[in-house]
Write a protein that binds this ligand. Structure first.
Ligand SMILES: [Zn+2]
Length: 131
C-alpha cells in the first residue's frame, strides 16, 4: 500500500513555535503533544476568564438591584420604569436564570439575589429572593 502523505497545515496551538507541520494522520490538529496540552491550557484559561467576567457583571447588577430594591421599599414604589433599569446598567439579557412564578404566572429574570419582573409595559418590579 502506498504511504499517504498529508499536506502541510497550521498547528491549532496559537503559540506554536513552528506554526505549521506535516500531519501523520488525517485528524491530527497539533504538531506534537506539547502543542496539544498548551492549546487546552490556553482554552481553559480563556473560559475561566470569561466566567469570571460574567460573574463580576452579575454581582455589579445585583448590587445595583439591591439599592433599587431598597429605594422602592423606602419610597413605597411597586414598580420602576425600564429607563431607570437601563440608567442603572441593568442588562436584562445578562440574567442568570429566567423563571416563571407559578402562583402569579409572572416571569422573573434573576441575577443573583435579586430579579426583575415586568408588571406592565415598560415597568418592572424588583424582587428579592426569598431564601
Ligand atoms: Zn504546534
Amino acid at each position: 500500500m502506498p504511504k499517504i502523505s498529508y499536506k502541510i497545515q497550521d498547528c491549532l496551538n496559537p503559540v506554536c513555535p513552528q506554526g505549521k507541520f506535516i500531519p501523520k494522520r488525517s485528524d491530527q490538529k497539533f504538531c506534537d503533544v506539547h502543542c496539544k496540552d498548551r492549546y487546552h491550557i490556553l482554552k481553559n484559561k480563556k473560559e475561566r476568564h470569561k466566567e469570571r467576567t460574567i460573574t463580576k457583571t452579575l454581582r455589579k447588577i445585583d448590587l445595583t438591584l439591591a439599592e433599587m430594591y431598597q429605594n422602592c421599599q423606602t419610597y413605597k414604589l411597586k414598580q420602576i420604569p425600564f429607563e431607570s433599569l437601563q440608567a442603572g446598567g441593568i442588562v436584562v439579557d445578562m440574567a442568570s436564570k429566567i423563571e416563571k412564578v407559578k402562583s402569579t404566572g409572572n416571569v422573573v429574570h434573576w441575577f443573583i439575589y435579586y430579579g426583575i419582573s415586568g408588571l406592565s409595559p415598560g415597568y418592572f418590579q424588583i424582587i428579592k429572593r426569598e431564601n
